[in-house]
Design a protein around this ligand. Structure first.
Ligand SMILES: [Zn+2]
Ligand SMILES: [Zn+2]
Length: 100
């Protein structure tokens, strides 16, 4: 049933801040920048890279889900909202500060 989920864990240069992201050391999907938390709208289903949008996705807010932190990203172009699991390396203070 979850065949559509393709795991991607690749290094990339952030299109927003230019930070070089190495692959996630904990083995989860590195799909957003650890420094500014921006993501890219590349996928229709996680990892498929089939979206034609390819715009930046802005981190909006985060939520605790059990032991995990989920970051909600909104595409600056098509406004779609997606959630992504945060990595331990992520600079989550950006979202903490916005909540003040
Ligand atoms: Zn960045
Ligand atoms: Zn989009």
């Amino acid at each position: 049933m979850s065949q559509k989920f393709i795991k991607r864990n690749e290094s990339f240069v952030c299109q927003n801040c230019g930070f070089f992201n190495t692959e996630d050391k904990n083995g989860s999907c590195r799909n957003h920048c650890a420094e500014c938390l921006y993501s890219m709208h590349l996928d229709i289903y996680p990892g498929d890279r089939k979206s034609y949008c390819k715009s930046l996705m802005k981190p909006m807010y985060m939520e605790m889900k059990g032991d995990n932190i989920v970051i909600y990203h909104k595409c600056i172009s098509c406004k779609i909202l997606k959630k992504n699991k945060a990595s331990r390396e992520d600079n989550l203070s950006i979202l903490y500060e916005e909540k003040k």
